[in-house]
Design a protein around this ligand. Structure first.
Ligand SMILES: [Zn+2]
Ligand SMILES: [Zn+2]
Length: 262
C-alpha cells in the first residue's frame, strides 16, 4: 500500500469500543475526505483535527444504528447548518430498518425549524436493504447483512476513479456469508470488540467478533490486509498476533488519525 496520486485514502478517526478510550473515539473513518462511515461520539472535532473540512463530507454511511455509531450526528448536522450548508446536499445512507427514524430524531432534537426557519432543509436519507447496490460520492457501494442485534450493512466500496476495492463489516459476529460478499476487496475493516479471541456463541448475545473471527473472514475472502477496529486499544497487539495465526496477510490496528492508502 503506497500513496500515489488519486489513491483511495481511509482515515481512521477512532478505533475504540462503544465507550471511547482516553485520546480515542469509537470506531469511525473517512474515505477520500468525502464519505464518513459512522460518526463516533465526536465527528466534528475528529474531522477538524485531521484538517478535513466537515463541509466536504458529501455522504455519511451508517453501518447500523446503535448509539456509539450515530451519537454525534446532531452536532455534525448542527455544524453544517451553522456554516449555512444546504443539508439536502448531504446524503445519509443506512439500514432501512432504522436510518429514517434516527435522522428524523436528530433533526427534531436540533429544532431546525424553530431556530433556522421553516425553509431549513433536512438531509437526503437513502435507506438501504442488505443486498442493495448504490452509487455514493465517487464509489459504488454493495451491501450485505451482518449478524448483529439490529439490522446492519457490511459494505464493499469500489472507487470508480481507481478501481480500488475495500470492505467494512460494522459490528458483527462471525458470519460466514460475508466472505463471499467481501471477496475481490484488497482490504477488510472488521469488528474486533472481543479482543484476541474467537467469540463464544454461548456468551456472545451482543453479536460482536474477536480477532480470530475477523481473521477467518479475511482469510476466506482472500483480502491482502485485515484492519481490526472497535475494540479496546489495550488488546490491539494481542489481537494482531492472534489474527496472524489464521491469516497470512497484513494485519493492522490503526492509530487514531492514521490514514491507510490503497
Ligand atoms: Zn458498536
Ligand atoms: Zn452495534
Amino acid at each position: 500500500m503506497t500513496a500515489h496520486a488519486g489513491a483511495t485514502r481511509i482515515t481512521f478517526l477512532g478505533t475504540s469500543t462503544a465507550i471511547p478510550d482516553r485520546g480515542d473515539d469509537t470506531a469511525s473513518f473517512v474515505v477520500n475526505d468525502r464519505i464518513l462511515v459512522d460518526t463516533g461520539w465526536s465527528a466534528i472535532e475528529n474531522l477538524i483535527r485531521n484538517d478535513i473540512d466537515p463541509l466536504t463530507i458529501d455522504c455519511l454511511i451508517f453501518t447500523h444504528m446503535h448509539h456509539d455509531h450515530y451519537l454525534s450526528l446532531p452536532s455534525f448536522l448542527f455544524y453544517q447548518v451553522m456554516k449555512r450548508r444546504d443539508l439536502k446536499e448531504l446524503t445519509i445512507v443506512g439500514p432501512a430498518d432504522d436510518v429514517d427514524h434516527v435522522v428524523s430524531c436528530a433533526c427534531t432534537f436540533l429544532q431546525l425549524e424553530r431556530f433556522f426557519g421553516p425553509s431549513t432543509t433536512t438531509p437526503s436519507v437513502q435507506p438501504v436493504q442488505p443486498g442493495d447496490d448504490i452509487v455514493v460520492a465517487g464509489f459504488t457501494l454493495k451491501t450485505a447483512a451482518t449478524l448483529h442485534p439490529v439490522q446492519g450493512i457490511c459494505g464493499k466500496l469500489t472507487d470508480t476513479a481507481t478501481g480500488s476495492v475495500f470492505a467494512f463489516t460494522g459490528d458483527t459476529a462471525h458470519h460466514a456469508p460475508l466472505a463471499d460478499h467481501i471477496r475481490g476487496a484488497s482490504l477488510l475493516i472488521h469488528d474486533c470488540t472481543l479482543g484476541p479471541v474467537a467469540a463464544d456463541p454461548a456468551t456472545n448475545q451482543a453479536l460482536h467478533a474477536g480477532a480470530l473471527d475477523a481473521a477467518r473472514i479475511a482469510r476466506d475472502a482472500g483480502v491482502d490486509t485485515l484492519v481490526l477496529i472497535h475494540g479496546p486499544r489495550s488488546s490491539a497487539s494481542a489481537s494482531i498476533d492472534a489474527a496472524r495465526t489464521l491469516f497470512d496477510g497484513e494485519v493492522v490496528w490503526p492509530e487514531r488519525d492514521q490514514t491507510i492508502t490503497l
